[in-house]
Structures are given as C-alpha cells and as structure tokens.
Design a protein around this ligand. Structure first.
Ligand code: IPE
Ligand code: IPE
Ligand code: MG
Length: 251
C-alpha cells in the first residue's frame, strides 16, 4: 500500500489507539537518575500524546498506566506512582475538561486510597458529557482479571436463570468486559523495546495491528506517534480474508 509520511486521509486513521507506556525507569537510569525520576517525565509524554490524538481526531486513546502486576515493584516506587497519579489528576483534569476530552478509568479501584478513588469518580463525572477524544486510563488493570470478572458476572446470570449456557456468545462476553461500549483498538503501540502484551487488553486486541518501538516512553512525541500511524496505514487488515478479497472490497 502507498503511504506518504503524515498521510492526511484521516478517514483511514486508527479510531482507537492503545499504548503500553514502557521505559520510564530505563530513561532515568540512562541519565544516572533514580528510576522513579522517569515517571514524571513519562507524564509529560502523556500530555504530548493526548494533545496529538485530540488534534488528529482520534476517537479513543487507552493508556496502560499501572498493571495489576506492578504492585510487585519496590514499595517506594509504588508509593511515588500513586502520588504522581493523584497530582496529575489534580493538575490536568480541568484542561481535559476544557479540551472536550472525556476521561475514563479501567481496572479495579477498591485498592486505591479513598482520596484517589474520589478524584477518579469526580474526574469521570466532570468530563462525561464531553464529545471529543475519549481518554481511557488503565490503572490496576489486568486482562486476566478483566476476563475473570466478566466470567463471574455471566456465571451469576446463568445461575439466576437469566441466561442459558448456549446463549453465551462473543457479544455477551465483550459486553461483560471493561469498555464494552468502545470500539476495539485498531493500533497497539508499545514503547521501550519489549515485545509483549504484559496482561493488557487481551480480548480486545484480537485483531489489532501491533507497533513496537525501541523509543523510551518519556521521549514520545507527535513525530513518533505519526511514525506509528504511518506504519499502521501501510498494513493490510484482512480479518481472515485473502488480500484479493480485501482489495476488491475497498475498490
Ligand atoms: C513504565 O515504565 C511505567 C510503569 C510501568 C508504571 P517502567 O517503569 O516499566 O520502565 P522500565 O521498563 O523499567 O524502563
Ligand atoms: C507494563 O509495563 C505495564 C505498564 C506500562 C503500566 P511493565 O514494565 O510493568 O511490563 P513488564 O513487567 O516488563 O512485562
Ligand atoms: Mg517496564
């Protein structure tokens, strides 16, 4: 497929971009700083990428901020991350609101402090009627846990006689997971050089295009995002069909 860098045919742009923001610790270590110093630098990259997506009329941006496995990190790092999460919400939610961005969170909230949970709920309420970019922050999120909770929910409905086992289909499962109302990601990006999903959106990434880059998250900016989009535009999404069929459909 012919793709010009910075192709302006926005109709072919990904509607939903999901990102694993990785490499904060290594970015700091490269500068002989303690690894936790990478996280505030990572927040600056988040702001650049959110601005880029809003300007490019991307519908949904999902960012993996803290996984259900990240609690295994040193106590001091976890506590710095929680503090930064709170500070960032306090500093940024008004800007998001003013820029017509809708903020949502996925992941289990009960483990967060009362203050953080309140701020999350308040931020979602404030921005819920915004119609621009939907920004989804995955915090204490794990794909396995998401699926487990969905299964518990459906099993309860079967037990209560609301659903018969053979009525369980893909639509019902997708509906019981996080963000059931949003389209699945078209483009997945992982910074920091690792090529794995790390328990991110397992169900929803079934047909997503993957873009891995060595760039560390705090270095992310509009140009790197545009490179990922250009890579996406060069792919042929076949969804199981042959290339000939796909070409016929688009001509
Ligand atoms: C990603 O960067 C941020 C979080 C997981 C919170 P890392 O902290 O994982 O950075 P590296 O991978 O150690 O460099
Ligand atoms: C994945 O990054 C989670 C987030 C970016 C929030 P990790 O750095 O925790 O992933 P692994 O441990 O290298 O797989
Ligand atoms: Mg990492």
């Amino acid at each position: 497929m012919q793709v010009e860098p910075g192709d302006t045919d926005k109709s072919r742009y990904p509607k939903h971009i999901a990102i694993i923001m990785d490499g904060n610790g290594r970015w700091a270590q490269k500068r002989h700083l303690p690894r936790i110093m990478g996280h505030p630098a990572g927040v600056k990259a988040v702001k650049r990428v959110v601005t880029f997506c809003a300007e490019q009329d991307i519908q949904v941006l999902t960012l993996f901020a803290f996984s259900s496995e990240n609690w295994r990190r040193p106590k001091e790092e976890v506590s710095k991350l929680m503090g930064l999460f709170m500070l960032t919400m306090q500093a940024e939610v008004k800007h998001l609101y003013k820029n017509n961005i809708r903020l949502r969170f996925i992941g289990e909230r009960a483990v967060f402090s009362e203050k953080i949970q309140q701020k999350m709920a308040e931020s979602e309420r404030l921005t819920e009627n915004n119609t621009g970019l939907t920004l989804v922050i995955a915090a204490n999120y794990g794909g396995h846990r998401d699926m487990t909770l969905a299964m518990q929910d459906i099993a309860q409905q079967v037990k209560d006689g609301i659903v018969a086992p053979d009525e369980i289909d893909e639509t019902m499962i997708a509906g019981a997971l996080s963000i059931p109302d949003l389209t699945d990601p078209d483009l997945f990006i992982r910074s920091g050089g690792e090529q794995r999903i790390s328990n991110f959106l397992l169900w929803q990434l079934a047909y997503t295009e993957f873009h891995f880059t060595e760039k560390l998250w705090p270095d992310f900016d509009a140009r790197i995002m545009q490179d990922a989009i250009d890579d996406f535009l060069s792919r042929e999404r076949r969804f199981g069909r042959t290339s000939e069929q796909v070409q016929k459909m688009s001509s």
